[in-house]
Design a protein around this ligand. Structure first.
Ligand code: DGJ
Length: 544
């Protein structure tokens, strides 16, 4: 089959008419994993609400239409335990129902964030009957025995109560949304991790810390030895790669073993929660990650969360979680997402920095186009004014490209580009080269004649998607693209045609200007200007 026929066939498959009432699920396509909703894959072009916004339907009322106008298709919204179970065993789902009703009215989908036992380490979203009953729901303790406002992960009653509420929520979603599928996924807790020390020192935790490292974790380390994340492999091997022994025997004394211990029991708790939620309604589930700043010790950052160096512990301890999802507020976005996209972990970025940061749109393009992400959502998305802004414009382009991105994810027919930035915000200026089909593309950022990196360069980026043997969609802002041949054939490459344009609501290409002359530097390159997010449809040809 010709490439074009293949491409159209896969589009037809992806956008077929199948409508089932099965829950949204994750499905493999080549090397990618996609979220399939009612038989069709979708990209979660999203945004996360500020923490308190979803607790009031009236507060949210003016924001929904704005979010849709920004071309979001999905809103990530907290559901808090204290609101849905104000008295033990008595559930009030009005906050959930109004979120679903309002999202539907505005043609938006939802990801619910379960603010249960922990929200940013702390236990401030638990109902007061939990908060005030320390006997039944013990707190984590510091080495001196003082409690912190963090429920201990070692208390069976806490897990049971959280599970019961979470399962009731999922059962309710199944009941009110099992057919329409407005709710796509659920986040289990929020940014789990112990503060301000590496582990809980309460009596329940102490008893567990005296036990041997659980068999399941050791078996995982042995089975995945070659593929463990470098930090875990090094730590375990430095201590003799033992398969039996205490936490300190396997992972050394001090914070390192304390943090792995913490990670294991948080993972087991989250897994237990996910299992009981899925038994009620099997939506895809994930945990989000509060990343650590370099040079800090566990406890200075939330210890034991699903951090890059602890991915193995979480994978071993929480098989019921579908993915570990990084919240990225640091400039080194590219490096971070490369750690979380793995064959066993599709990329989802629930908090891709604050919505108004200049590099957010380029990060969204990179996530979907290079990392085959299932979703991306900057934080505090409702905080802007009524104008769509740069993010709205970029999301508008992603919305147009969605069928093409979905068809290309995991197939090698697409890539995306943005300059790598370091943690200290230094932008690494380096044209990126990628072979897509029979052409090799060199993508430079901003002005190809004067390649210097400024802070603004971090906001440039885009994607290239092959849509025919010699035809490509090139979309983004601030990039200049040149071409070389790849594979057999004449040695030189020219531009057959380059059209600016857009896809209308029905998905039909609406061409604008035919670009030539100064706009393509007399046939030498494709340039997407800075300051606006645009699409060009480009056909190349080979000559000698
Ligand atoms: C990360 C948390 O997950 C969010 O709920 C919110 O607290 C943001 N940090 C604030 O920056």
């Amino acid at each position: 089959m010709k490439l074009r026929t293949l491409f159209l066939a896969s589009l037809a498959l992806n956008y077929g008419s199948a409508t089932t009432a099965e829950p949204p699920r994750l499905v493999r396509q080549g090397s990618a994993t996609q979220l399939v909703v009612q038989g069709r894959p979708m990209l979660l072009i999203g945004g996360e609400l500020g923490n308190s916004s979803a607790s009031s339907a009236a507060y949210m009322a003016p924001h929904w239409a704005k979010l849709r106008a920004m071309h979001l298709n999905t809103v990530l919204a907290p559901v808090s335990w204290e609101l849905i179970e104000p008295r033990e065993g008595s559930f009030d789902f009005s906050s959930v129902d109004s979120l679903i009703a309002d999202a539907r009215k505005h043609d938006l989908k939802l990801v619910f964030l379960w603010f249960g036992a922990w929200k940013n380490s702390m236990s401030t979203y638990v109902p007061v009957w939990v908060k005030r009953n320390q006997e039944r729901f013990p707190r984590a303790q510091l080495p001196n025995g003082q409690g912190v406002e963090i429920l201990s992960a070692f208390a069976p009653e806490t897990l049971r109560a959280d599970q019961r509420a979470f399962a009731a929520l999922l059962a309710h979603i199944a009941q009110v949304d099992g057919k329409q599928n407005s709710v796509l996924m659920v986040q289990v807790e929020n940014e789990i991790g112990m503060l301000p020390v590496a582990r809980d020192y309460g009596p329940l935790a102490e008893a567990r810390f005296r036990e041997k490292v659980p068999r399941e974790l050791v078996d995982y380390l042995v089975a995945h030895r070659a593929a463990l994340v470098p930090e875990m492999k090094r730590l375990w091997e430095e201590h003799g790669a033992k398969t039996d022994g205490s936490w300190t025997e396997l992972f050394g004394p001090g914070d390192a073993s304390a943090e792995i211990f913490t990670a294991w029991y948080y993972a087991r708790f989250a897994d237990g929660l996910a299992a009981s939620g899925k038994a009620a309604y099997p939506l895809p589930m994930y945990v989000n990650v509060a990343l650590n700043r370099p040079g800090r010790i566990p406890g200075e950052y939330p210890s034991g969360g699903p951090l890059p160096h602890l991915i193995d512990v979480w994978k071993a301890g929480a098989p019921n979680l579908d993915l570990l999802a990084p919240d990225i507020y640091f400039p080194n976005f590219v490096d971070i997402v490369n750690r979380y996209k793995r064959p066993d972990n599709p990329l989802f970025v629930p908090e891709g920095n604050n919505w108004d940061r200049a590099d957010v749109p380029a990060n969204a393009f990179y996530a979907f186009g290079k990392m085959d992400a299932i979703g991306f959502g900057p934080f505090s998305i409702e905080s802007g004014d009524d104008k769509p802004g740069a993010l709205g414009e970029a999301y508008g382009v992603l919305e147009q490209l969605q069928p093409y991105i979905l068809a290309a994810q995991g197939t090698g027919r697409m890539s995306a580009f943005k300059p790598r930035a370091l943690y200290d915000e230094t932008v690494v200026y380096e044209p990126l080269v990628e072979k897509i089909g029979d052409y090799r593309f060199t993508v430079a950022f901003a002005d190809i004649q004067r390649p210097t990196a400024t802070a603004e360069t971090a906001s440039y980026g885009g994607t290239i998607i092959q849509i025919g043997p010699e035809e490509y969609l090139i979309a983004g802002q601030g990039i200049t693209v040149t071409f070389q041949p790849a594979g057999d054939g004449p040695p030189l490459v020219g531009i057959d045609s380059a059209w600016e344009g857009r896809f209308d609501a029905a998905g039909k290409w609406v061409p604008g200007r035919l670009l030539n002359g100064d706009q393509t530097h007399q046939g030498r390159h494709i340039r997407l200007p800075t300051g606006e997010w645009t699409i060009q449809r480009v056909k190349l040809y080979r000559y000698r």
